[in-house]
Design a protein around this ligand. Structure first.
Ligand SMILES: Cc1ncc(COP(=O)(O)O)c(C=O)c1O
Length: 397
């Protein structure tokens, strides 16, 4: 292995390239058996596997209700609809995936973009403006939002608080000195089950809530607004989860703890090896809290690192390391929201300009993590030459 980065003509560290994300499947034969039983029974949706998944999730998270839905976006849309939908002004972070804001926009509501905290990258409770009708917070990359402060703001304003917990399965936060898994905070938390998530069903979503009336409404809402008598009470949609997806998620649930533990090892290894690299910093988790590490992202300070984030991404690409820029552009700068006036969000902009998300999977070999860290360190040590010889990668700044 030479010391020359691939972008300067050295050998790529990964050939074939290292995938950014990869789903983990621990017990394929158990999944096959469950799916086979569903196929034989002829019950392919809204059947016993979905019911078991809902019961098991509710029990694990200590919530009264879990309603399985077709996706996290669907779940968020239906919760926002239940809160009033049209015209609703909903405080959302901008440093998130677009679906958070889309769930509001699909209801004819107005996303009110709110600044992020510098350390955890989650919504800043103190920056939530007066006059919003609801708050939709996000546990960014699995790092719990500040649920205590958000609860206080919501109570003071008398507005409902909902969590986009797309990344939250396996995360936990300290409440009164006790570590509590996400799921029971606010009026509802909505999880995603897509393949990149720590708990996956290939596709799907889960809404957890202690509000019986909301759970009841969501069960109708995912079925066109039909409580069973075909006299629909409101305009719902087909938001059901299939038995096949539920089977995958049910088996994955039994492996959630080991998945989070492995990701913690991956994240710890990245932190240990990259902690000394000039210009690299990390997302923080509040003391005692646990992140699911749905993603692992670094911030690149161009001046200290010697080159900008986009140059690092190009150099990693040459090494065969797939990356993402979560979340760049931030949602308030995306074309979909160009018509919405947003305040200046300098912290969000700064995070978005510097962020690089590195490969992380629940079975990513630690040797690969070490090699990615080595790639970043060697790119940094050649930063001046890269900027000089490959100017297209973007200079410092
Ligand atoms: C923060 C966030 N919210 C919502 C979603 C949407 O989830 P889904 O694809 O299950 O609808 C995602 C998807 O990655 C996400 O990252």
């Amino acid at each position: 292995m030479t010391d020359t980065p691939a972008i300067l003509g050295g050998e790529p560290l990964f050939d074939p390239p290292l995938a950014f994300a990869k789903p983990t499947l621990e017990e394929p034969s158990r999944v096959e058996r469950l799916i086979g039983e569903s196929l034989v029974s002829g019950r392919l949706t809204s059947g016993p596997v979905v019911a078991e998944l809902e019961a098991r999730v509710a029990e694990r998270l200590g919530v009264a209700h879990c309603v399985a839905v077709a996706s996290c976006t669907t779940g968020l849309m239906l919760v926002i609809q239940a809160l009033g939908g049209r015209g609703l002004r909903v405080a959302v972070p901008s440093f998130t995936f677009s679906a958070t804001a889309h769930a509001v926009a699909w209801n004819g509501g107005v996303p009110v973009f709110v600044e992020a905290l510098e350390d955890t990258w989650t919504i800043d409770p103190a920056a939530i403006p007066a006059g919003v009708d609801a708050i939709l917070a996000v546990h960014v990359s699995g790092v719990p939002a500040d649920v205590a402060a958000l609860g206080t703001v919501a109570a003071e304003r008398g507005v409902p608080l909902v969590y986009d917990a797309a990344h939250g399965a396996g995360s936990a936060t300290v409440v009164d000195g006790r570590l509590v898994e996400l799921g029971g905070f606010g009026m509802a938390e909505v999880f995603s089950l897509t393949p990149t998530k720590v708990l996956s069903g290939a596709e799907g979503g889960l809404v957890t809530t202690n509000d019986a009336a909301l759970a009841d409404r969501l069960r109708q809402a995912r079925n066109y607004g039909n409580p069973g008598d075909y006299d629909t009470r409101f305009a719902g949609l087909n938001g059901r989860l299939s038995e096949l997806h539920a089977a995958l998620a049910l088996v994955a649930l039994d492996h959630l703890d080991e998945r989070v533990a492995h990701r913690d090892l991956v994240a710890g290894t990245y932190r240990r090896l990259l902690g000394e690299v000039p210009g690299v910093t990390f997302q923080q988790t509040r003391p005692g809290d646990r992140s699911s590490h749905k993603d692992f992202s670094i911030l690149v300070d161009a001046e200290a690192f010697g080159m900008g984030r986009d140059a690092l991404v190009a150099a990693l690409d040459a090494e065969g390391v797939e990356t993402r820029k979560y979340y760049s552009p931030p949602v308030h700068r995306q074309q979909a929201y160009a018509a919405i006036a947003s305040p200046e969000l300098p912290i969000t902009d700064r995070l978005a300009a510097r962020v690089v998300s590195l490969p992380i999977w629940s079975h990513l070999p630690i040797e690969a993590v070490e090699r990615v860290a080595h790639a970043i360190a060697r790119i940094q040590s050649h930063a001046a030459t890269i900027v000089e010889k490959v100017p297209a990668t973007g200079a410092v700044g």
